[in-house]
Design a protein around this ligand. Structure first.
Ligand code: HEM
Length: 334
């Protein structure tokens, strides 16, 4: 945590401290892993192996990956040992690593044997590491940047902010002690509409890829095995065939009007915030719960305003879209 704030804050801790430096290096490693991923997404094996600049970047990405693997393996082993030393039946800390380690063991309170050995067994360290890295890669920047975009759009549109705060206040009555629970969060239909509308205008994943396994024909075009199809999420989210006045920010198009949006019958794949089909984002429900919780905590407790109401949203687009900077003013609500 200390290193996280040390990275975010302008005031840096000066003295050398491994408790700060090691996690900082790890967080930087995750960032490099995310950006290095682009080389594997957009460049063919030939370019990755033979073009000097790209080859060097790929090498550095793989070296960084090995470093992350090493650190994660140490963390997993350490936690496994700690758990082994706790008597079975005693309550365990509730965190993701612990859940992954105890899944399908005698300590797993949700254990159900579905009779398929390869699925009913506990996870290996390699599998746990892959799950952790997938969650870091897929679950942190995506949710954090979506939340930044939400803050920008809500602060920019007074009527949306008011309607949203009224909804939060009507469900979470006390501003000082907020007790978040799943059922109450699901009642926040307008907040949910805001998430959809912000994600329509600023999808974090701006394109999806699909690899053609067998020759096929799509919309009259023939695709051979090995072709990678890039699906332009941004283009679909702002296409006038699917959305009325697509350039306008209007959460009402998703509010109590889910099937028929502004008189256009909604195509199932016209909103691809979380992708679709077999590879749809497995973290989508968690992401929505996180975003709703953050909205309640931030807007339920504080007055939030943009420092400059006329400032344009600063976005950077690579494989994902991220928020450049977002200066805001925060004070406790009266
Ligand atoms: C607002 C937050 C999020 C957004 C916008 C988002 C978006 C996406 C998208 C567009 C995909 C590709 C789906 C496809 O190809 O059809 C994806 C995949 C994935 N997401 Fe998310 N995601 C979010 C949060 C999360 C969270 C919280 C986690 C995990 C804790 C997560 C884990 C993953 C994983 C592991 C994949 C790869 C799935 C696969 O290839 O089978 N995501 N996400």
């Amino acid at each position: 945590m200390a290193s996280y704030y040390n990275i975010l804050s302008n005031k840096k801790v000066k003295n050398s401290n491994t408790a700060i430096e090691d996690p900082e290096r790890f967080i930087q490693g995750i960032k490099n892993h995310l950006s290095g991923f682009t080389y594997f997404l957009y460049f063919s094996p030939f370019l990755r192996h033979h073009i000097p600049f790209i080859k060097d970047q790929v090498k550095a990405t793989l070296k960084n990956r090995d470093y992350l693997f090493k650190i994660l393996d140490l963390i997993i082993k350490k936690r496994r040992k700690e758990i082994e030393e706790i008597p079975v039946g005693d309550e365990l800390r509730n965190d993701m690593l612990t859940s992954l380690i105890v899944t399908n063991t005698v300590r797993d309170i949700n254990r159900t044997n579905i009779g398929i050995d390869n699925i009913s067994r506990p996870m290996t360290d390699d599998e746990i590491r892959a799950n952790l890295l997938d969650s870091f890669q897929g679950g942190i920047d995506t949710t954090a940047n979506t939340f930044s975009f939400i803050v920008y759009y809500v602060c920019k549109h007074h009527h949306v902010k008011k309607k949203k705060i009224d909804e939060i206040d009507s469900i979470f009555l006390s501003k000082t002690s907020l007790h978040l629970n799943y059922d109450d969060l699901l009642k926040l239909e307008y907040c949910d509409a805001i998430i959809n509308e912000v994600s329509r205008l600023h999808p974090i994943v701006i394109e999806l890829q699909r690899y053609v396994k067998n020759p096929c024909e799509i919309a009259g075009h023939r695709f051979e095995t090995g072709t990678v199809i890039h699906i332009n999420t941004n283009g679909i989210h702002t296409h006038k065939d699917y959305w009325t006045n697509p350039e306008i920010f209007d959460p009402n198009r998703f509010y109590k009007n889910k099937k028929n949006l502004n008189n256009k019958v909604r195509n199932k794949f016209s909103l691809l915030t979380f992708g679709g089909g077999l590879r749809i984002c497995p973290g989508r429900r968690l992401a929505i719960i996180e975003l709703l919780s953050l909205m309640v905590i931030l807007f339920g407790k504080y007055d939030v305003e943009l420092v400059d109401m006329n400032a344009l949203l600063k976005v950077k687009s690579k494989a994902t879209t991220t928020c450049g900077e977002l200066p805001i003013k925060i004070k406790l609500r009266k």
